[in-house]
Design a protein around this ligand. Sequence first.
Ligand SMILES: NC(=O)c1ccc[n+]([C@@H]2O[C@H](COP(=O)([O-])OP(=O)(O)OC[C@H]3O[C@@H](n4cnc5c(N)ncnc54)[C@H](OP(=O)(O)O)[C@@H]3O)[C@@H](O)[C@H]2O)c1
Length: 199
Amino acid sequence: MRIGIVGAGRIGGNAGRLFEQAGHEVFFGSRDTVADAAAFSDVVMLSVPWTAIDEVLTTTGPLEGKVVIDTTNPYGPGGVEDLGGRSAGRSNAQRMPGARVVRAFNTLTSGFQAEAAGRSGDERVVMFLSGDDAGAKALVSALIEEIGFAPCDVGGLDETVADAPRRPGAVYGEEYRVPDAAAVVEALSAGRPIPPPSA
Ligand SMILES: NC(=O)c1ccc[n+]([C@@H]2O[C@H](COP(=O)([O-])OP(=O)(O)OC[C@H]3O[C@@H](n4cnc5c(N)ncnc54)[C@H](OP(=O)(O)O)[C@@H]3O)[C@@H](O)[C@H]2O)c1
């Protein structure tokens, strides 16, 4: 698969290297090659600071029909206090008409993502994802598995359980393992408080 990294910093750079090791063609976009990174790819990873998103999206060109993995977290001006209760994923999807947005890679620090990749079985760390496009989520789940994490789908783009900030009752910033992930999904669909990680 062709994967373009828009924002090849700590999160995007690390994920890009892992995708490359898994055999994908990866374009590590620089500020001057944002449009090339997007045009090259079937899958775009958007991994820039929240405050840069609007500017970056003016240079990516249309993302309609592309799977966009959104790793961003709403810190800084225009961030979580200004979202009026909208999820970060919904806010970003509204800025990318027609893109098949999947939020993922946003709940764990870049250092931990680098260290925890490549595990197998129950040792795998859970990578939470959300999105409205089932096909896009299946594709991103497969990528997550290939690089040695356990994908866990927490729902549609309006879901905020994986959004920043770290807080009780959310998965943001928490290390979950495979056996806990099913209980998280079950609790979410039953409208119950999610269990804390046992790891
Ligand atoms: N760091 C973490 O632990 C972590 C964890 C989860 C999610 N996140 C989220 O993931 C996103 C990326 O975080 P990060 O820590 O990887 O950031 P980072 O290391 O600072 O990398 C950001 C990347 O975005 C590029 N960029 C910044 N402004 C740009 C612009 N106007 N146009 C084009 N490219 C631009 C930077 O390019 P230059 O190198 O040229 O500046 C850099 O490649 C953020 O939204 C963050 O909240 C971070």
